[in-house]
Design a protein around this ligand. Structure first.
Ligand code: EPS
Length: 382
């Protein structure tokens, strides 16, 4: 079983994770993880914090000479901003800080404060912050390192920002090239319009959400299962995607659109060729049927709400006085959809790696490869 735990507050010393269950012998370098950390930090619409942070992972354990050992992998990312906040988010400090009592609508502030009995909502918002997605991306990069050994590739691109939509159909090469765009959007015209929309939102003290797509190529038929609800891969992927900060909707393949079409327009007809085996000419199912991967690319889309911190704040209520006030303003991003798409890749990579290890599991990469090859051969002969 592949599992991980992570910890860390937005303005604490840093973020950490322990990844357990990774087979021995998987090539893993900090530099490879850093590539995804850099990708997550980018994207037009980010705020001042990203000028401070230069996320780099330190691999603290579980890897020797560039290969995993099968023991727990310890990961650490420093918060460079911590030094500016010293004493605020330490386990013990004698400094007195102004407490945060004006919850932002849309953020975890109020619900978290009530649930955990906190008067200072900073005790909630620090952990609710999307800063935690940095370590999630690092963990996702570890999962990607395993999947890469089996030629499974994951990429993402932005489909819309606010009301601006990209031309939806694009090729694998287009998606793999999305990092070239400041919005991670493959449609250059829409990209320009998205930047203008973000500028406009900034001027107006507003924020913007959007949608993105994550695709995995090379996933073999047979991950997940139809036999029980919590073993369905579509459910696991949707839960992982939905758990990313700010995500309010997830769809698989044609998703919500399929509900408006006839059966014959939606279901992917089945073909057979002796070289290819069973195959499809369409992929409206997004690579998932009955909760099982069907060998086609896995396609998920997610909708991110606009960032809750508004420079023109909404109405709120002060936690102490109960008076009507304006919500607090924290330094924040105007739009973080391009970054969320990278987190989406990590979320998908993690679930696929878990499912992969469950099906082909072994203690060493060689053992996993043997199991994988045996299964692929059997499937081809069916
Ligand atoms: C966030 C608020 C901002 C974002 C942060 C998420 O941080 P700060 O309050 O320090 O300016 O920049 O995202 C990150 C730090 C990150 O690494 O993505 C929030 O409130 O969720």
């Amino acid at each position: 079983m592949l599992r991980y735990l992570d910890a860390g507050e937005s303005h604490g010393q840093g973020l950490l994770a322990v990844v357990e269950g990774m087979p021995a012998g998987v090539p893993l370098q900090a530099e490879n993880i850093d590539v995804d950390l850099r990708r997550r930090q980018g994207g037009y619409g980010r705020g001042g914090r990203m000028k401070i942070e230069r996320d780099q992972v330190k691999i603290l354990s579980g890897v020797r000479d560039g290969l995993t050992l099968g023991s727990p992998i310890g990961l650490w990312i420093e918060n460079r901003d911590w030094v500016h906040w010293q004493g605020l988010f330490d386990a013990s400090s004698d400094k007195v800080w102004e407490i945060f009592t004006r919850p932002r609508p849309g953020h975890a502030d109020l619900a978290g404060g009530l649930k955990y009995g906190q008067r200072d909502l900073r005790n909630i918002l620090e952990r609710a912050s999307a800063r935690a997605t940095a370590i999630r991306v690092a963990v996702g990069a570890v999962a990607k390192a395993l999947l890469a050994q089996f030629d499974i590739q994951i990429a993402s691109h932005v489909l819309s920002i606010g009301r601006v939509k990209a031309v939806p159909s694009c090729s694998k090469e287009d998606i793999l090239g999305a990092d070239q765009s400041p919005l991670r959007c493959v449609d250059p015209k829409a990209s320009q319009e998205m930047m203008s929309a973000i500028d406009e939102a900034k001027r107006a003290g507003e924020s913007l959400g959007g949608t993105f797509e994550v695709v995995a190529w090379g996933v073999p038929v047979g991950l997940g299962s139809h036999v029980h609800w919590d073993r369905r891969l579509d459910g696991q992927l949707a839960a992982a995607m939905m758990s990313i900060q700010g995500i309010k909707g997830v769809e698989v393949g044609r998703g919500f659109e399929a509900a408006f079409l006839m059966g014959s327009e939606v279901h992917d007809e089945i073909f057979y060729h002796q070289d290819r085996g069973f195959f499809r000419r369409t992929n409206n199912a997004g690579g998932l049927e009955g909760g099982i991967s069907n060998g086609e690319p896995i396609v998920l889309r997610a909708a991110m709400k606009p960032i809750p911190t508004l420079y023109r704040p909404l109405k709120s209520v002060d936690m102490l006085s109960k008076e009507e006030v304006e919500a607090s303003i924290e330094r924040s991003d105007i739009c973080a959809v391009p970054a969320a798409a990278i987190v989406g890749e990590a979320a998908m990579a993690w679930v696929l790696a878990q499912s992969f290890v469950e099906k082909f599991g072994g203690d060493s990469l060689e053992e996993v490869k043997r199991n994988y090859r045996g299964y692929i051969k059997e499937v081809a002969e069916r």
